[in-house]
Design a protein around this ligand. Structure first.
Ligand code: ZN
Length: 209
């Protein structure tokens, strides 16, 4: 929803509600962990009120542990945070779980998968950034495929149910390849909101037609 038109947020949310999108991905930026600031709790309240799909909150912030509770109370269904933003992800994962939300651990494209792989069994989902966290509209980083296949292999070898989410630069030109490489969840921002027909674009991204 980072790429939504904030002047017509309710319209964009209604489109999401009607569409084949399964979740609404909510990028939260603090101006410290990433250079940009996106939005805070007042916008979360609007999303919670208007959106009929689960809110998949992606915290691009330092000290995620300070905000987990408030995002959970504000209606987050899933809460993800960056492994490189904390010393030890485990206490944050436990905090999210305690609040009854689904847990997601994320890494930027330049962060070693060693920061992710040890926690695969502890979280519901891992998010591989396919651009650098911080702003929408960036070009997809091709090395993502290799990282995706690697994580897929470890999950399958260990019989885990952990989902893999890909976020950044996803469009109809790479969606099929990402599904084929083992992605479970694709996040699309600009590709959807800049499309002439966003609902159709979502169907194309899901490779349903
Ligand atoms: Zn995101």
């Amino acid at each position: 929803m980072l790429s939504a038109d904030f002047g017509h947020l309710a319209d964009d949310i209604r489109m999401i509600n009607r569409s084949e999108a399964e979740w609404l991905h909510v990028d939260v930026m603090d101006g410290v962990f990433v250079p940009n600031i996106s939005f805070g709790f007042p916008v979360m309240e609007v999303l919670k009120k208007e959106c009929t799909k689960p809110l998949d909150v992606h915290l691009m912030i330092t000290h995620p542990e300070r905000y987990v509770e408030r995002f959970a109370d504000a209606g987050a269904w899933s809460i993800g945070f960056h492994s490189e933003a904390v010393e030890d992800p485990m206490p944050v994962i436990e905090l999210i779980r305690k609040k009854g939300c689904r847990t997601c651990l994320t890494v930027n494209p330049d962060i070693s998968l060693d920061r992710l792989l040890p926690y695969l069994a502890e979280v519901d989902m891992v998010l591989l950034m396919s651009v650098f966290a911080g702003y929408g509209g960036q070009r997809f980083i091709e090395e993502t495929y290799e990282r995706l296949r690697m994580v897929r292999r470890v999950i399958d070898e260990n019989g885990l149910k952990t989902l893999i989410e890909i976020d950044g630069g996803v469009n109809t030109g790479n969606a099929k390849q990402l599904w084929d490489a083992g992605a479970d969840v694709l996040v699309a921002g600009s590709a959807v909101f800049k499309a002439k027909n966003p609902e159709k674009e979502i169907i194309r991204l899901k490779c349903l037609d």
